[in-house]
Design a protein around this ligand. Structure first.
Ligand code: DAH
Length: 358
């Protein structure tokens, strides 16, 4: 009998040692200590024994039961610790791995070109001025020598708002020129500003969108003349197109707010479908300009016999298209991320004259 118990114990101990999972260990527990288990069966046998036998076998069987239970408990701890270890290994996060790339987004070519323009003109001593997109008729037209019934008003394809309670009808500014007026009224000369911003006209095709961008320039001082205008524009266009020299052609033109007025062309070549600014056999119109009309100065309470100045206005979208080789203006405003990823600029790479504009 005692030999049988010894054998059973060895058998169970070996099984416990060999069990490699909590499930198989549980099976061993049930088959030994469970209600119908082998050890429990032996315990039940105590009931049918004589008192002497029971006295001898009782402690032996109890010790067997306790030993098996302890062994199972110890094995369980070992298996649980190993399972935890395995899980920790599996779920390890390697904090030294490089982070997953989250792109910062890119700068829209319009913003890029505006930054480039501001950078160039700040180098020439110009400040950046601003005005509202919703303008009064006075600033957008009248003060710029475009009185009511002036044909230039029709040419602007203006978006008018409903008249307010005083009967005043505001407009979405059709150009950045009203910022000239705001600046001259609010600031003493000498004045050197540029005013980049949004402008609006009721027009839409491959080269026109209802909202577009312009930059205005204004210089007012006592001895300003056309040579200053030409020199300023030359310096600007050279820096903007990043070429050593540009040849300008000033063509007589008409704007109500300048006299004389001219349109400015740059010499260029169209070879292989791309424009090269600087030399060549073609001319590209890039901006409108002129000497500020005395009536405009007077509308701003400046004495035209003391102050003169020049002004210019330029389409930013068109400059961006020319410089960066885009051919459909409408794509600028489609918010197509693929387009932006292709034509956009790094958010961390600000244009500077020293470091390169683009
Ligand atoms: N405001 C004009 C336009 O939108 C552009 C312009 C031309 C602005 C000549 C000027 C200027 O300041 O002198 O067509």
């Amino acid at each position: 009998m005692q030999q049988d118990i010894e054998n059973l114990k060895n058998e169970i101990t070996a099984a416990i040692a060999a069990s490699d999972s909590l499930d198989s260990l549980e099976e061993i527990r049930i088959s030994s200590l469970g209600k119908k288990g082998s050890v429990s069966g032996l315990m039940k046998g105590l009931g049918g024994m004589s008192p002497e036998e029971r006295k001898e076998m009782g402690p032996i069987l109890n010790a067997l039961k306790t030993d098996i239970a302890n062994e199972i408990g110890a094995r369980k701890n070992t298996l649980e610790a190993a399972a935890l270890e395995a899980r920790l290994l599996e779920e390890t996060i390697d904090v030294t791995l490089p982070p997953r790339e989250r792109p910062l987004g890119s700068i829209h070519p319009i913003s890029q070109v505006m930054d480039e323009i501001a950078e160039i003109f700040s180098g020439l001593g110009f400040a950046v001025a601003e005005g509202p997109d919703l303008e009064t008729d006075f600033y957008n037209f009248t003060a710029l020598n475009i009185p009511e019934e002036h044909p230039a008003r029709q040419m602007h394809d203006t978006f008018y708002l409903k008249p307010d309670e005083n009967g005043e009808r505001k407009v979405l500014r059709t150009h950045t020129s009203p910022v000239q007026i705001r600046t001259m009224i609010n600031q003493e000369p000498p004045i050197r500003i540029i005013a980049p911003g949004r402008t609006y006209r009721s027009d839409s095709d491959a080269t026109h969108t209802p909202m577009f961008h312009q930059v205005e320039g204004l210089v007012i001082d006592k001895d300003t003349h056309l040579g200053h205008l030409k020199g300023t524009l030359e310096a600007f266009l050279k820096a903007f197109f990043e070429v050593d020299a540009v040849t300008l052609r000033l063509r007589p033109s008409y704007f109500p707010f300048t006299e004389p007025s001219m349109e400015v062309d740059v010499q260029c070549s169209f070879e292989g479908g791309t424009v090269k600014i600087g030399d060549g056999n073609d001319w590209l119109e890039v901006l409108g300009s002129g000497m500020v009309h005395r009536k405009v100065l007077e509308a701003c309470d400046l004495d035209p016999n003391v102050y003169q100045g020049f002004a210019f206005g330029c389409g930013i979208d068109r400059l961006a298209m020319l410089k960066y080789g885009m051919n459909d203006l409408r794509a600028f405003f489609d918010s197509d991320l693929r387009w932006l990823r292709h034509y956009g600029f790094s958010a961390l790479n600000l244009p500077t004259l020293a470091g390169g504009l683009s």
